[in-house]
Design a protein around this ligand. Structure first.
Ligand SMILES: *Cc1c(COP(=O)(O)O)cnc(C)c1O
Length: 418
């Protein structure tokens, strides 16, 4: 085997697992260098919404690259960013009046946390505590790991992670416990509450009710605790609406978007903030400016891709595709639900998930085993522990969905006999 110098993310190179080479991708299909076709059943880790290599996004990127590739964004601006900010103002919750750019989901969350702390500092109130939800995931940087679930994946960095208040996940029937804990933290002057609305992604596709989300928002508002919605995964239609927050009829104080913002073609993120959050930093005193930037803030090529994404949402029947995909997903999941190894089948919008067997220590090697079996069946599925989920691009067709679910059934049967 040739030795590649590439160090892959979330990959144990010591296990010498095969790493497929992808040469190109179109729609919901990945083409390997050795000529295989693989169905992308997880939207290349939740980013690809309309499908790979959408011609309008590809054209926008090519066009913009030839006109203005990059420009400092501190004190300078350009048409693609201005246009994108205006469009986001139109389609995102009305109270979110300001758009701050960065380049990944993690940075959008870091920005949100810094905005929240700046807000309280500039208002002259000593509120620093961040409240989080058990099993949450917000990224892999030090700050975002601090507000996410603690475990093996961040144990080495534990000494550097800041202290937060964690409320229990609102499992069905125990919502009030979570709400009470949130209220307690808010009463104790929490600065902000950060949460993935309706669905915790990396935590295992855990779903909770819109009513609970609305109640959490109400509690934060009551005590002035800033409500940060991390819609990095749930945004752009995944849960059946443009934002998950819509289903609860709520507007956050701060909103994080990335992944589907460019249709999944190129990195870009935004953190949208309400006017009071912006106002707190507004002054003739330079010391109160928002101290955050990265080299590629609002990169024009990335903004052009995001503008093309929004044009697709405007011009194509994206919402119809999402509704249709949701129905098809529900049918497939229903058929699978009677399998002895399928536990807790669940769906929200375009996403289905279930747990394999009862979670036990034995299952710790289940995810990599399933991953390898799925790969053999030419389907890209990457279980989260013993949770299998299907989150395809919206262009996936019925035959491709069948192939995905046939692969799942096959793999479950393989596992059952061992
Ligand atoms: C993926 C994800 C992030 C991190 O985004 P990156 O672009 O990988 O840094 C943050 N929050 C949520 C909810 C996510 O799913």
């Amino acid at each position: 085997m040739s030795q590649s110098p590439v160090w892959h993310p979330f990959t144990q190179h010591g296990l010498r697992e095969p790493i497929p080479h992808i040469a190109r991708a179109q729609g919901a299909v990945l083409h390997t260098e050795d000529g295989r076709e693989i169905i992308d059943a997880i939207s290349s880790w939740w980013v690809t919404t309309h499908g790979h290599a959408h011609p309008r996004i590809a054209a926008a990127i090519a066009e913009q690259a030839a006109v203005l590739d990059q420009i400092i964004f501190a004190g300078w601006t350009h048409a693609p960013a201005e246009k994108l900010a205006k469009s986001l103002r139109e389609i995102m919750p009305q109270s979110l009046t300001r758009v701050f750019f960065s380049d990944s989901g993690s940075t959008s969350v870091e920005v949100a946390l810094k905005m929240a702390l700046g807000y309280w500092l500039h208002r002259g109130e000593a509120r620093h505590r961040i409240v989080v939800m058990e099993n949450g995931y917000h990224g892999d940087t030090i700050g975002t790991m601090s507000v996410g679930a603690r475990g093996a994946f961040n144990q080495a960095y534990e000494p550097l992670l800041f202290d937060v208040t964690s409320i229990p996940f609102p499992t069905q029937g125990s919502e009030q416990i979570s709400l009470d804990r949130l209220e307690e933290a808010c009463r104790a002057d929490a600065a902000a509450f950060i949460v993935e609305p309706l669905m915790l992604g990396a935590g295992g596709m855990l779903m909770y009710s819109a009513q609970t989300l609305a109640e959490m928002r109400r509690i934060c508002a009551q005590f002035g605790t800033l409500f940060i919605a991390d819609e990095v995964m749930t945004g752009w239609g995944r849960t059946g609406t443009l934002l998950a927050c819509e289903q609860a009829g709520i507007e956050p104080d701060i909103l994080c978007l990335s992944k589907g913002l460019t249709g999944g073609a190129i990195p870009l993120a935004v953190t949208m903030a309400s006017e009071p959050v912006f106002d707190a930093h507004w002054s003739d005193d330079r010391a109160r400016m928002f101290f955050h930037s990265s080299s590629y803030t609002a990169n024009p090529i990335a903004c052009a891709a995001a503008n093309a994404n929004i044009a697709i949402w405007r011009d194509e029947p994206v919402m119809d595709r999402i509704d249709e995909l949701g129905k098809r997903q529900a049918e497939r999941l229903d058929r699978l639900a009677s399998h002895a190894l399928v536990h807790n089948p669940r769906r929200m919008g375009t996403i289905t998930a279930f747990d394999v067997g009862e979670a036990t220590g034995y299952l710790s090697d289940l995810a990599p085993r399933m991953l390898a079996l799925f790969r053999e069946r030419n389907v890209l599925l990457r279980p989260l522990g013993n949770t299998v989920y299907v989150m395809p691009p919206y262009c996936v067709d019925s035959g491709q969905l069948d192939q995905i679910y046939e692969a799942i059934e096959h793999v479950l049967n393989e596992i059952a006999v061992r």
